[in-house]
Design a protein around this ligand. Sequence first.
Ligand code: GLU
Length: 447
Amino acid sequence: MTIVTRFAPSPTGTLHVGNIRTALNNWLLARRHGGRFLLRIDDTDAERSREEHVHAIRADLAWLGLDYDDEQRQSARFAIYQAAMDRLIADGRVYRCYETQAELDLRRKVLLSRGLPPIYDRAALNLTEADHAARAAAGEAPHWRFLLDHDTPITWDDGIRGPQTFDPRTMSDPVVRRADGSWLYMLPSVIDDIAMGVTDVLRGEDHVSNTATQVQMFQALNNHRGADPMPRFAHAALLTGTEGKLSKRLRSLGVAELRESGIEPEALIALLARLGTSDPIDPALDADHLAAAFDLSRFGRAPARFDELELERVNAGVIHRLPFARVADRLPAGMDEPTWLTIRPNLSRVSEAADWWQVIKGPIAPPDFDSETRDFLTEAAACAATIDWSQDPWSALTAMLKDRTGRKGKPLFLPLRQALTGMDHGPDMKALLPLIGRDEALARLRT
Ligand code: GLU
């Protein structure tokens, strides 16, 4: 059987790291098995869904390299949901209700004050056809609830959490459609998962109770299709920030911000693919290698910590391996492959290549040196003219100068850096000096 997974974001905002992790895990699972990965835009909520977010979601997935085999939109599928709903109505699995939010809140409070679970009491099941007709005549439209089967315990074998059991009698019949005709997330998602042949639903732990409800929706809808199997479910432990909670920052941290701060997609993928698993994070592994090793049994149940400092480290590791072709269009004009390969190990962001280029090519603006420093630099120029430039000229130059002048540490290094780069801080001189080259270095030391 071909594995089919889906990523189903609601375009009510942009993707944050938690969503990206869900998308990635579904992509990896599908790629691991040579299956299909679908993008499903869950835009049933017309009021909160925005086209700009749909564009951003596509752009983010493209940047991450998470290619999908098909894209579907729930807003284009309302007729399909209606047809499924009609079958559920005929089967008595959805029913009309009229309670207002205030009424429901009050009933919930009463139950809680008696120490009872705040479950919907199914009062609307007692309404007669005459009651419904009277409501309709008064211009009142119903909302619809899915009737849970209280006699069938809900079970599934979760790919991460193991065997799960829920007692439907402890759950409220979920509202599936509002009085204004709009769809809530639960039912359309199940209808789509069946229609699109989704074999594996991999999502965050915050969906576990939804799954309990949806298991019965699958069963109710599959009654019409013979013995279609349910998808496998797996719920990954949620991400937490370094402080151990699902921080506000994590809930808003998205691709745009990470990209602008110089994070490479490969780094985000290398980190997210291994978060919450027992496998080490390896910046050397590309997505295909990560997919080959993807295994749900490696996921733990403890919350997975997302550490931005760790992302920085992985990012540096990725940059130190990035081939010239991957970055050429982001490098300063004229920077060639040998220069990139030389500076690459010193970068933690690709944009830092520009600092190096400025220093290599000049012009630079050294500070005004006092006469003692000028004498030192004159000595430095003399040394620079005699050392071997074919290997590590910086070590040769500083060793010789230390010998001749007795300087060491900052008084030795700082004036050299200032004269050669015009800056007090910057790229590693050992890597930089060969790129500046002998003639240019001599000229800089002499002025
Ligand atoms: N649109 C839902 C969400 O973003 C999809 C959940 C799912 O079924 O994966 O939470």
